[in-house]
Design a protein around this ligand. Structure first.
Ligand SMILES: [Zn+2]
Length: 149
């Protein structure tokens, strides 16, 4: 499962679905085939650790090898030809993949600008976790530059 990678791709603004949000393996005979079809229909990139599944998706896939988020992000962004760039106005809710909306706090505390997910109502702001997130971004940049591709 690449759930942390999925959340990060949403934060970076990429519409991303996790396999369990697409198909319930108990309800179908061939889970991989459902995922492949889903990606084919949407011209979506299939991101997986499963070598066999990645090879079935051919060039429309990223085979993830890294075990940590910066390494995994670097593998996906390298395939997309993108740089890691965190802009909360472009972010999607890490929980539900909906684009978040900028809102002004009714009682401005330390965080005057916040973002709200229209789907789950969760609020986001540039707080204490921001430095950790920037560290992940910087490390991803470093890995991207170090990647042989
Ligand atoms: Zn949400």
């Amino acid at each position: 499962m690449l759930l942390r990678l999925c959340r990060w791709l949403r934060l970076l603004g990429y519409p991303t679905l996790s396999a369990h949000e697409i198909v319930d393996p108990r309800e179908v005979e061939d889970e991989d085939e459902v995922l492949l079809e889903f990606c084919r229909e949407r011209d979506a990139l299939l991101i997986t650790r499963d070598r066999a599944l990645a090879s079935r998706a051919r060039s429309h896939s990223v085979l993830v090898r890294s075990d940590d988020v910066p390494g995994q992000l670097a593998e996906v962004l390298s395939r997309l030809g993108d740089e890691p760039y965190l802009d909360p106005d472009e972010s999607r809710c890490p929980e539900c993949n909906e684009p978040v909306e900028r809102v002004r706090a009714e009682n401005p505390g330390p965080f005057e600008v916040m973002w709200r997910c229209p789907e789950c109502g969760k609020m986001y702001w540039v707080g204490g976790q921001w430095e950790d997130m920037e560290r992940v971004i910087r490390e991803t940049e470093r890995r991207l530059r170090g990647s042989p591709e």
